[in-house]
Design a protein around this ligand. Structure first.
Ligand SMILES: *Cc1c(COP(=O)(O)O)cnc(C)c1O
Length: 598
């Protein structure tokens, strides 16, 4: 595949781009290892919808010459990692080189341009910052090599490249956006870059409230997780060392320190005029976490053309071709014979099984009910809940005429607890696999496998510990392809679940045991009987697309960002008071977020 485009940077009308989107990771192409998981996918899907709708967006990220990583799993499920080196030389260079003053040195940066091209040809250029230049010393040249690798020093330097380097690059390219969108706190140093620019050479010690307010009016911040590890923090010594005492003082004066640490979430919060979580529930949880700031909600989506299987694209192109420009046409899937939807799904299932057989030599039976569970392996996502009661699971599989469960997911290289969870699934599979139950873990979950799985299984399973799943988007990909979910009521599923129509809710329980019980009950009493009735199942598949595909897409999501966050039309956004004494009745205990009992 050729990534290079014939368009020159000067043809892109950069000076009229009103929105600058900053993200630590962006999934741009299945061939490029510039993302790790959901955050990067969301960023990529957002930009793909921006291109489709001709939104005046430019984006900034890092090039990651050695990628995230490729996952290998041993016979017992022990994960090992290898780099995914690539050379950006196939992309057009963005032109100017910029310098970033860090510590006692200058870091020189260039950028490569990746064009996200929309259905009508509109281009959203993404500039990937790269420090691998002769002018830099050996260590600095590796600064844009690894996504989420290295220590906190490496990470802070990378965030400086993204935020401060990104602003410098935009200016060198002649881009002067009206809105800067920080996709997660990693990008929040851009606020300091904007302050520096505003002071125009004067010391940051002279920053006034009015200066900060001017920056705030331009900034939008999306927070993506209530999990504490997802909120970057750095020691004050490190902040001073890397950023210098002037910037450090400006960060402190703005309110970017929290509990004696530089906190990237707080830095973004205190210098943004609009803050949001990524599903309605996550907005509430974030409001509870940050009562001093007003937190809105804009529920995530997925880019339909990216995640719809070829068989569904063919069907929809024939019946409602306008879906490509306007996703609201998914609603008219109700005018399509449900049997044709089922037939498109059968193709996806066969395609997935053929793909797995080709790669691994493992064969699945297309006639058997198949569950999919694939996501970043993190303890709160509880990959093991489905296997909580092995005896019950085996008995259930036999009773309903067979069950296949396909797992996939990468653990962060430094997360040993998560790596142990993968080994647990392996050992359960070794013990439980039988004629009626087949459990299999596919290695190296990535874009391609993610698409295959969400299109090809029969039911998508998600079992996070509440309230830690901020949104989740894989279930949305499944829904678009007529695949219902069986999930804990957390994140997007609170909005997406219509029981027995778009899927099933695992009932909230006080213990894992109760939740696992509910999961098994739903499988046995609700799902299996419907599965054995093709007409009823086809209706469910139709509802998934008609009800959820219509809404949980990035086209709807981006339009909400445009009207609510980027260019709000009403005054309410500026006058709503912070919910300091919110009476929502929520409480965050150490491992569960549950509505307080009144
Ligand atoms: C969609 C996707 C994700 C995010 O899915 P979640 O539901 O948030 O876990 C992560 N990784 C890949 C490869 C994906 O395609």
């Amino acid at each position: 595949m050729s990534l290079a485009q014939a368009v020159s940077t000067s043809d892109l009308n950069l000076s009229s781009r009103a929105i600058a989107y900053f993200s630590m990771e962006i999934a741009l192409s299945p061939q490029l290892p510039t993302y790790s998981g959901g955050l990067g996918m969301l960023a990529g899907d957002t930009l793909r919808s921006a291109a489709d709708t001709s939104a005046p967006v430019v984006a900034i990220s890092l090039v990651y010459r050695r990628g995230y990583f490729r996952q290998q799993l041993s016979e017992v499920g022990q994960q090992s990692e290898t780099d995914v080196p690539w050379t950006p030389d196939q992309l057009p260079a963005a032109g100017p080189t910029v310098t970033l003053h860090l510590q006692d040195r200058e870091i020189h940066l260039r950028a490569w341009r990746f064009d996200v091209i929309g259905t009508t040809g509109h281009i959203v250029p993404v500039f990937l910052l790269d420090s691998d230049l002769d002018a830099n010393d050996a260590w600095d040249r590796k600064l844009t090599d690894h996504l989420y690798g290295g220590d906190s020093y490496y990470r802070l330097c990378q965030e400086a490249v993204l935020g401060l380097g990104g602003i410098a690059l935009l200016r060198a390219l002649g881009v002067k956006p009206e809105v800067y969108h920080m996709n997660e706190g990693h990008a929040s140093l851009l606020t300091i870059g904007l302050l520096e620019e505003r002071l125009n050479g004067r010391s940051l010690s002279e920053v006034t409230d009015a200066d900060r307010d001017a920056i705030r009016q331009q900034c939008v911040f999306t927070t993506h997780t209530p999990v504490p590890a997802g909120h970057d923090q750095f020691g004050l010594d490190q902040m001073n060392q890397v950023l210098g005492t002037d910037r450090a003082a400006a960060i402190e004066a703005a309110g970017g320190l929290h509990n004696g640490l530089l906190n990237m979430t707080y830095l973004a919060l205190c210098l943004s005029r609009y803050v949001n979580g990524v599903a309605m529930q996550h907005g509430k949880v974030s409001q509870y976490m940050f009562p001093e700031y007003k937190v809105h909600s804009i529920t995530n989506g997925v880019h339909a053309a990216t995640w719809l299987s070829p068989s569904f694209q063919e069907l929809l192109d024939a019946e409602i071709p306008e879906w490509r420009i306007d996703n609201r046409y998914f609603r008219s899937v109700y005018g399509i014979d449900p049997a044709r939807i089922s037939a498109a799904h059968v193709k996806n299932k066969q395609r997935l099984f053929a793909w797995i057989a080709r790669r691994t030599g493992h064969y699945f039976n297309p006639a058997v009910l198949t569950l999919g569970f694939a996501r970043r392996v993190a303890t709160y996502k509880r990959a093991g809940l489905l296997l909580h009661d092995p005896e019950r699971l085996c008995a259930l599989a036999e009773k309903i005429g067979g069950l296949q469960i396909i797992y996939a997911g990468k653990a962060h290289p430094a997360d040993n607890a998560a790596k142990a969870l993968i080994r647990d699934v392996y050992s359960a599979a070794a013990k439980l696999n039988s004629d009626s139950l087949k459990i299999y873990y596919v290695e190296n979950y990535d874009w391609e496998l993610g698409a295959m799985l969400t299109q090809g299984v029969d039911v998508w399973v998600n079992t996070p510990r509440r309230p830690y799943e901020a949104s989740g988007t894989s279930g949305m990909k499944a829904a678009l392809n007529g695949v219902p979910s069986l999930s804990i009521l957390d994140g997007w599923w609170i909005e997406g679940c219509a029981e027995n129509s778009t899927g099933w809710a695992i009932e909230n329980g006080e213990t894992e045991e109760l939740e696992a019980n509910s999961l098994y009950n739903k499988l046995e009493k609700s799902i299996a009987p419907l599965w054995s009735n093709p007409n009823a199942w086809a209706r469910i598949q139709q509802h998934c697309i008609g009800m959820n595909g219509t809404f949980f897409n990035t086209q709807r999501m981006l339009s909400q960002y445009i009207t609510n966050a980027y260019f709000p039309t009403g005054p309410s956004h500026f006058t709503v008071e912070a919910h300091a004494d919110s009476d929502e009745g929520y409480s965050l205990t150490e491992n569960a977020f549950v509505p307080a009992i009144k």
